[in-house]
Design a protein around this ligand. Structure first.
Ligand SMILES: Cc1cc2nc3c(=O)[nH]c(=O)nc-3n(C[C@H](O)[C@H](O)[C@H](O)COP(=O)(O)OP(=O)(O)OC[C@H]3O[C@@H](n4cnc5c(N)ncnc54)[C@H](O)[C@@H]3O)c2cc1C
Length: 377
């Protein structure tokens, strides 16, 4: 932390309290964050914070994204896909896009005029990305895209989608390319359509959707990178950042869970004592606080490593699986201290319990993380 990051933290916290927190209940009911909230977030400088100013971003680095993620978790905002938009898709464009592509998309993303999503997962394949069946076949100056994607975060709001497709279906990893699809102009008559806004266990305000491509025509100029077949390698290079984003969110959520639980066990009484006065509560919370501290130190170190370009795949995988595993264990154990109230949705701990479960699955499941670590043994 430094002074600039502290100022950012306060500004983000104030913005979220005013513009997001009062609307969360409605957004959870409607299953998506209002489109207009993205524009407000853009005006307040919350989008593309780690993209250089010359491309419309905030000119920061991953520490700025981490501060944002922490404040979003602390404010209890779940299901806002800014980490996909700013932390993932903007970085694909920034890392692999041509100057023309960067100038076309990044400033609009930073202003919230374009909401971005990434489409890797398909009904038939998630963990095994080399097996994607969506194709993008060259046709004149265009690609014709065919296939189906699912579980897209920002799927209903997205206007710019980074699609993982096979430009050479006869190849596995080396046939994969990343192609940007602007939905304006192709939605409906142009062969692009959205399916349902999927109903989920938690993260109710997130619009997680299926999308379909039927002969969607996209200029070849929308390929990310100069040549086809680099998509898998591009994904592998960027995924450590995606995994760290999840780990940063996990640590902030663990800290919030512990704070809510500590407050509750100091207030609630049983058998004439505070719940905190039972030794069971003290020992269990002492253990959980210890784990929270270990998680914080590890993840802060990973952030430092990422900023200095040294975060390796295995370390990012360790951070992702361990912190999300701990998040799920800790939320379960802490919910127990709330008794029956912990099961009531009006108590934030109940929502955090439901919201936490996905953390072990997306961004590469925790089993896949362990495979990546095991490869380095
Ligand atoms: C809320 C939400 C948001 C999401 N957002 C996005 C998004 O924005 N973009 C996107 O592209 N995807 C997104 N996903 C998809 C997510 O990344 C996948 O669900 C995840 O990668 C797992 O893929 P799968 O569901 O196909 O499971 P599968 O790959 O079918 O795996 C099923 C189970 O088998 C295990 N398994 C698979 N292979 C192995 C192996 N070799 N060894 C041991 N165990 C294995 C997995 O760990 C898992 O437990 C999202 C999912 C959800 C639920």
């Amino acid at each position: 932390m430094d002074e600039e990051l502290r100022i950012l933290r306060e500004a983000v916290s104030r913005f979220l309290e005013k513009e997001f927190v009062p609307h969360m209940a409605d957004w959870e009911k409607q299953g998506r964050i209002d489109r207009d909230a993205w524009r407000k977030a853009g005006e307040a400088g919350l989008l593309c914070a780690s993209i250089p100013a010359e491309h419309g971003g905030g000119g920061g680095n991953f520490k700025h994204e981490a501060v944002l993620l922490e404040e979003i978790s602390r404010a209890g905002i779940s299901g806002w896909g800014n980490s996909v938009h700013s932390g993932i898709v903007a970085h694909y464009i920034h890392a692999y896009g041509s100057e023309e592509q960067k100038r076309r998309w990044l400033p609009k993303m930073a202003r919230g005029e374009l909401v971005a999503a990434i489409a890797m997962t398909e009904p038939g394949t998630g963990s095994d990305l080399q097996a994607v069946a969506t194709t993008a076949i060259a046709d004149g100056d265009d690609y014709l895209i065919n296939g189906q994607k699912t579980f897209l975060s920002n799927g209903m709001n997205a206007e710019l989608i980074c699609v993982v497709a096979k430009t050479d279906p006869s190849e596995a990893a080396s046939g994969v390319s990343l192609i940007m699809v602007e939905t304006e102009g192709v939605e409906g008559g142009g062969g692009f359509s959205r399916g349902r806004n999927l109903e989920k266990l938690g993260q109710k305000a997130a619009d997680t959707a299926e999308v379909f491509f039927a002969d969607v025509r996209v200029p070849q100029a929308n390929l990310l990178g100069e040549v086809e077949g680099k998509g898998f390698a591009q994904l592998m290079q960027q995924l450590p950042q995606e995994r760290l984003i999840i780990a940063v969110g996990a640590v902030a959520t663990i800290e919030k869970i512990l704070q809510l639980t500590s407050d509750y066990v100091k207030e609630r009484k049983a058998f004439g004592k505070r719940i905190l006065d039972f030794q069971n509560t003290q020992f269990r919370l002492a253990e959980r606080y210890t784990e929270a501290r270990i998680a914080r130190v590890f993840v802060d170190d990973c952030v430092q490593q990422l900023v200095s370009g040294k975060l390796d795949v295995a370390t990012a995988a360790m951070a992702k699986w361990w912190t999300t595993q701990k998040q799920c264990e800790i939320v379960d154990e802490c919910l127990q201290f709330f008794g029956g109230y912990g099961y009531m949705m009006e108590y934030p701990i109940a929502r955090m319990y439901a919201d936490s479960r996905i953390q072990k699955i997306y961004g590469g499941s925790n089993e896949i993380m362990k495979m990546l670590i095991a490869r380095e043994i």
